[in-house]
Design a protein around this ligand. Structure first.
Ligand SMILES: Nc1nc2c(ncn2[C@@H]2O[C@H](COP(=O)(O)OP(=O)(O)OP(=O)(O)O)[C@@H](O)[C@H]2O)c(=O)[nH]1
Length: 407
């Protein structure tokens, strides 16, 4: 009996052990809960299988998918990259080269000068060059803003040369007029914007400093911005000083121009002291070893004394740190003789070293170039030929005269 009880106990123990093994084995086969997800064929198979949502949405993939080979789950999933927002294109632009801009814009310039070159050639081609015709030639020059003095000189020289010339072919006349206009515009002047920096008392290199002056509305801020582009295109680093604190938008306008070519703008509080902005701009230009600091100034012609005080102070303050190598006077070419009056006032206030004639693309007469140079005794260095960013051209006497007479 005892043996029977012992046998039953052993049998129960053996049965219990065996069933425990079976249950454990079953559990093992079920595996970790996430294993199935990791090896789900649809997750990695199709080339278009996308992120999670496509895993369950493509049961047929399972059928077409390659068998799930050992280690396959280690391969990187072939999925289309999710569309990523394009990084913003850099705002910095590459300005067009400055060489030959005047030639490129010749057609535009020629359109605006329709009365001068063509008119003169027509008159000079007349069979009989009588007194009346010479008067008409004189009037044509005066109407084109050449100014009284230069007009008389030109007429005198033309009369003399035509007399000596004898017969006049259109080619002769054209060549003669070209030579005489060139003489008036002058090919001798140094028209390069001075970008030679100075040297400090301690022997450190200093940036070139250029002040841009002129009456508001002539295109001063625009010109400062365009000039920054020209300088950057020529490989120079530029810091801009928004010292026109009078018009709130002027600093924003300048900053926009500068940011397009990677030139930083130093600005002050609206209505603040222009001289302190100019000072700060030059200081920062020196600190960051910029090649050029361009300072846009306010040009309120409220009173001459006010203007003199303000511009004089800007210049003095700047010169405590670095010499001002260039004072560019911006004149609106369409204002003709009024432009000359402004030019006179500014020339009394600061030593103007170069003139920028803007809006030559408009109704301006080309003669203003001659008149203003004669009036101030300083060369036209740049001309504005439109509102586009690269519509500021280094002035070239020959290209300009050709544009006047090649129509
Ligand atoms: N057609 C033409 N327009 C120009 C030229 N240069 C400037 N302008 C335009 O003239 C207007 C006045 O230019 P601004 O640069 O704001 O004039 P500003 O003298 O600086 O005036 P403030 O900023 O008030 O000092 C703008 O609409 C310019 O786009 C040019 O060469 N041709």
């Amino acid at each position: 009996m005892e043996i029977l009880i012992l046998a039953v106990v052993i049998a129960v123990v053996v049965l219990g052990t065996v069933s425990g093994l079976v249950i454990t084995g079953r559990r093992r086969k079920a595996g970790p809960p996430d294993e199935g997800t990791a090896t789900r064929p649809g997750a990695t198979a199709g080339p278009t299988a996308g992120p999670r949502d496509q895993e369950s949405a493509a049961p047929t993939d399972t059928a077409t998918a390659p068998p799930h080979a050992p280690g396959a789950s280690a391969e990187p999933p072939v999925v289309e990259p999710a569309p990523v927002a394009e990084p913003e294109a850099p705002a910095v632009e590459t300005p067009a080269p400055t060489e030959g801009r005047l030639v490129r814009l010749r057609a535009r310039l020629a359109r605006s000068q329709s009365s001068l070159g063509k008119g003169l050639l027509t008159l000079l081609s007349r069979e009989n060059l009588d007194e009346e015709t010479w008067e008409e030639i004189e009037d044509t020059l005066l109407r084109a803003d050449v100014g009284v003095g230069p007009t008389q000189e030109l007429v005198e020289r033309l009369r003399e040369r035509v007399r000596v010339l004898g017969t006049r072919t259109p080619e002769d006349l054209r060549a003669l007029l070209r030579e005489e206009l060139l003489e008036l515009v002058t090919t001798e002047a140094d028209r390069a914007v001075n970008t030679a920096g100075g040297v400090s008392a301690t022997g450190d290199e200093l940036p070139a400093i250029a002040l841009v002056v002129g009456v508001n509305g002539t295109g001063k801020t625009t010109t400062t911005g365009k000039l920054a582009r020209v300088l950057v295109a020529d490989g120079r680093s530029v810091v801009l000083g928004a010292a026109d604190t009078f018009r709130a938008a002027a600093a924003d306008q300048l900053e926009t121009w500068g940011s397009r070519v990677g030139a930083r703008t130093v600005r002050g509080p609206e209505g603040g002291d222009p001289a302190s902005v100019a000072f700060q701009a030059v200081k920062e230009g020196i600190q960051e070893a910029a090649d050029v600091v361009l300072v846009d100034t306010a040009g309120r012609l409220h009173t001459k004394t006010g203007l003199m005080d303000e511009l004089g102070k800007v210049k003095r303050v700047v010169e405590k740190q670095a010499p001002v190598g260039e004072v560019l006077l911006v004149l609106d070419a369409t204002t003709g003789q009024n432009g000359l009056v402004q030019a006179r006032v500014f020339a009394e206030v600061v030593d103007v070293t170069g003139v920028v004639l803007t809006k030559l693309d408009g109704t301006a007469k080309g003669g203003i170039v001659i008149a203003v140079q004669r009036e101030l005794g300083v060369p036209v260095k740049l001309v504005g030929l439109g509102e586009g960013p690269d519509d500021l051209a280094p002035f070239e006497a020959e290209a300009f005269v050709d544009a006047l007479i090649d129509q």
